[in-house]
Write a protein that binds this ligand. Structure first.
Ligand code: SF4
Length: 409
């Protein structure tokens, strides 16, 4: 998470440093969501478009010194607010040695109020995090939630995706994390892989559910421009994605299977056992403020959204210039409303129609009566308890429905 689209608005004034202050307190009573971007990986996966580079010691040392400074500056600027959650994402945060993570955690402790037990997540990959002593080290410094990038439990798929680990290593990482004492582990998977059949996906989910992770994220493979996977799936390529109908079945039957074995389907791509929904990600979906640190991280404080420069020399200039030089956009009422519709409809709680009326002055169901009754007839949406929700079939085409509801397209 934290990987919200980059904005490039060079003509706008920089924040912080110039321009008006955020209109809403960055530290609401529940605290701030904090995201730290670690832009290093063992190698580049073939499908990935996230900002990261191959780990290399000198660049890492440069990054670490800047990140520590950035943390200190933000703590001062926001007057040491309380944090609600901490989330290390990437990239591959588990590429960072324990000593480096310890220094970051110490800096966070000084710059922010970090109450004991707040949800503190680290994304880890089985190639860099696989032994019990590493996981014990993470627990000792306060991480209490592990998000493990498994993606597939078939070695042939992992090779095709360019992942630097095998299925066996993923099993080992999970077992060792449990042995170390992690009681909240999420596994990330990708479905809709080239050549994948419904049965293979359901078999994979069965194996994963028998491992009993607290959380499962299941993302549909998206072909990102310029990636190896996109090229291989494109015209003349040697890989073929499953047909749309097969992918539809993978989503619906996969979600039904996970529900049948005790997972709540609480967001389009996310499933959790009772009590283990991600507080951090739920905060994003509820529209809470979040602060993103590290190259390319995005923040939204009040109405203001800004992005840290992504390349190391620009990041250096930004931090050394005391956080001046990044671009920001001022969110309008319409922007906020569109986000409310988009984010809440992706969750199982759905859109609070009363809240919508309060913010817009009109009734969405009346305004979009024809569209909503068509969607209802086609079993794509439901209204209950004052909320508009997508059904599983609706989630499958969520982008199109949200676009129509939010923009009237
Ligand atoms: S490990 Fe994750 S962030 Fe790194 S290249 Fe692979 S998919 Fe991208």
């Amino acid at each position: 998470m934290g990987r919200i689209h980059d904005k490039n608005t060079p003509t706008r004034p920089a924040f912080p440093g110039t321009g008006p202050a955020p209109t809403r307190s960055a530290t609401d009573r529940k605290g701030l969501l904090l995201y730290i971007h670690v832009p290093f990986c063992r190698s580049r996966c073939h499908y990935c478009s996230f900002h990261s580079q191959v780990f290399e010691q000198t660049t890492f040392a440069w990054y670490l010194s800047l990140l520590l400074k950035e943390i200190e500056l933000w703590g001062r600027r926001l007057q040491r607010p309380a944090l609600r959650t901490i989330y290390f994402g990437g990239g591959t945060p588990s590429m960072v040695p324990l000593a480096g993570l310890d220094r970051i955690m110490e800096a966070l402790d000084k710059a922010f109020i970090v109450n004991p037990g707040i949800e503190t997540t680290i994304e880890a990959n089985p190639d860099s995090a696989h032994d019990v002593s590493y996981f014990r080290g993470l627990l000792n410094m306060g991480f209490n939630r592990l998000s493990l990038g498994v993606q597939s439990l078939r070695d042939a798929d992992l090779q095709m995706l360019g992942r630097p680990h095998s299925a066996g290593m993923a099993h080992q990482a999970f077992d060792q994390a449990r042995r170390a004492g992690f009681g909240n582990i999420g596994l990330d998977l990708i479905w809709g892989l080239p050549g994948q059949k419904l049965k293979a996906w359901l078999d994979a989910l069965k194996v994963v559910s028998e491992m009993r992770p607290e959380h499962i994220s299941a993302y549909n493979l998206t072909l990102e421009d310029g990636t190896v996977t996109a090229r291989r799936c494109g015209p003349g390529g040697d890989l073929i994605l499953p047909p749309d109908q097969e992918q539809g079945r993978m989503f619906v039957y996969g979600a039904e299977f996970l529900e049948s074995v005790g997972y709540l389907h609480y967001e389009v791509s996310n499933f959790a056992r009772m009590g283990f929904m991600s507080v951090h990600n739920s905060g994003y979906w509820n529209g809470s403020d979040y602060l993103g640190l590290g190259p390319s991280a995005v923040s939204t404080l009040g109405r203001r959204r800004f992005t840290v420069p992504r390349y190391m020399d620009e990041y250096d200039a930004y931090v050394r210039g005391e956080l001046v030089g990044n671009d920001f956009e001022e969110l309008t009422d319409d922007d906020l409303l569109t986000e409310l519709v988009m984010l809440s409809l992706r969750t199982s709680r759905g859109l609070d129609l009363k809240e919508y009326r309060k913010r817009t002055g009109f009734d969405l169901v009346k305004k979009q009566e024809r569209l909503i009754s068509t969607l209802h007839r086609e079993n794509l949406v439901r209204i209950s308890g004052g909320r508009l929700r997508l059904t599983k079939n609706g989630m499958l085409v969520s982008n199109a429905i949200i676009k129509q509801l939010a923009f009237g397209d």
